[in-house]
Design a binder for this molecule. Structure first.
Ligand SMILES: C[C@H](CCC(=O)NCCS(=O)(=O)O)[C@H]1CC[C@H]2[C@@H]3CC[C@@H]4C[C@H](O)CC[C@]4(C)[C@H]3C[C@H](O)[C@]12C
Length: 328
């Protein structure tokens, strides 16, 4: 399971939690403008926007989980088990394999509006990357500085939903997720008032009681409600440090601690990494389960005119700053 969010202060931010019980060898990966992007059913794109994101690189091909491009458009793939449905090739559509979807959109589009154009012609085809990396059932959030959408490949076709909440998790399909927020419309960051029964004198005994009933479990529907409440009510300063800090706190409200989701055989789902992209400045911040220290990679610090990927292995080791003591 996973959670993706957007957040705006002065700048605009996009990122996600990746929750899983194991990790591939994902790395922060920059794809420069002249890296030849091959597509199974379309021509190679030789020149395109540069990308930065989290990818598992196989045979020099970046399998992106989430990324932004140099224009600030962001896109993340999250699990959508039981609902994702990929089709056969269709002669009059752009046939794109699921693993090609992020490159296809981010290489060519500067905004959600431009992405909608391409989406109207796309058919997500059931072509896997390899037999070792079979199709995974995904849906995607796409966002720019102004708006966010959710793209869901279901039986009836490719559905595109507006996302006014700026949050996406996993099942159920997005229209249902939004609908279920009504169950929580009474919740508030303000103090609770007694609307229960005038005849009895109910008193608040704690701060935070305005949001009693907000789910705290780790199911995808509960994470959606929790992250939406946190994201919609979030308040922070607008400096880069304050914004990035607040962003990770919002994701932290739905992170998965080892032990709480048992998958059998002593395997537990954890938040492998959390990411936060500054869409305006092209900076990819991340932290990992063991290393809460934020690491940053800057898209524009590299020469983006080349053809070779730039890869930054994740810094996964806990960094502790020990105070210098005993020197008096
Ligand atoms: C598993 C992750 C979602 C996290 C999640 O929701 N975990 C709950 C699992 S569970 O539902 O609880 O069991 C998703 C998100 C993005 C995915 C990669 C996308 C590129 C590529 C596509 C290829 O086709 C297959 C390999 C590939 C590397 C993908 C592997 C995996 O699928 C990734 C990491």
């Amino acid at each position: 399971m996973c959670t993706a969010i957007t957040y705006s202060t002065q700048d605009h931010y996009f990122g996600r939690n990746l929750d899983l019980e194991f990790s591939y060898h994902e790395e922060v990966t920059i794809t420069p403008r002249n890296f030849p992007f091959a597509f199974r059913c379309k021509n190679t794109i030789g020149q395109h926007y540069a990308l930065i994101g989290m990818a598992f690189v196989v045979d020099n091909y970046p399998l992106y989980y989430d990324a932004i491009n140099e224009k600030g458009l962001g896109m993340a793939g999250l699990n959508f088990p039981g609902n994702a449905d990929y089709k056969n090739e269709c002669p009059d559509a752009d046939n794109i394999a699921p693993f090609e979807f992020i490159p296809w959109i981010l290489c060519q589009c500067a905004s959600v509006a431009e992405a909608r154009e391409l989406l109207s012609r796309i058919n997500l085809v059931d072509i896997n990357f390899s037999s070792e990396l079979p199709l995974s059932p995904l849906h995607w959030m796409i966002a720019d500085q102004k708006e966010a959408i959710v793209v869901e490949p279901v039986k009836e076709g490719l559905k595109v939903h507006d996302n006014p909440v700026g949050v996406m998790t996993n099942n159920p399909p997005f229209d249902k997720q939004l609908f279920f927020l009504s169950n929580y419309m009474n919740l508030s960051p303000e103090p609770a008032r007694n609307a229960f029964a005038k005849e009895i004198g109910l008193e608040e005994y704690s701060r935070g009681m305005g949001a009693i009933g907000l789910p705290g479990d780790l199911s995808s529907a509960s994470r959606f409600a929790k992250a939406a409440f946190t994201r919609m009510n979030a308040v922070s300063g607008s400096s880069e440090a304050e914004s990035v800090s607040q962003f990770f706190h919002i994701l932290g409200s739905v992170e998965q601690q080892r032990g709480c989701v048992h998958l059998g055989n002593h395997k537990y789902e954890i938040t492998i990494y959390s990411s936060c992209c500054n869409m305006d400045k092209g900076i990819y911040y991340y932290r990992t389960y063991e290393n809460p220290q934020v690491t940053a990679v800057k898209l524009f610090a590299e020469d983006l005119s080349g053809k070779e990927l730039f890869r930054y292995p994740l810094r996964k080791e806990m960094q502790i700053l020990y105070e210098e003591q005993g020197k008096a």
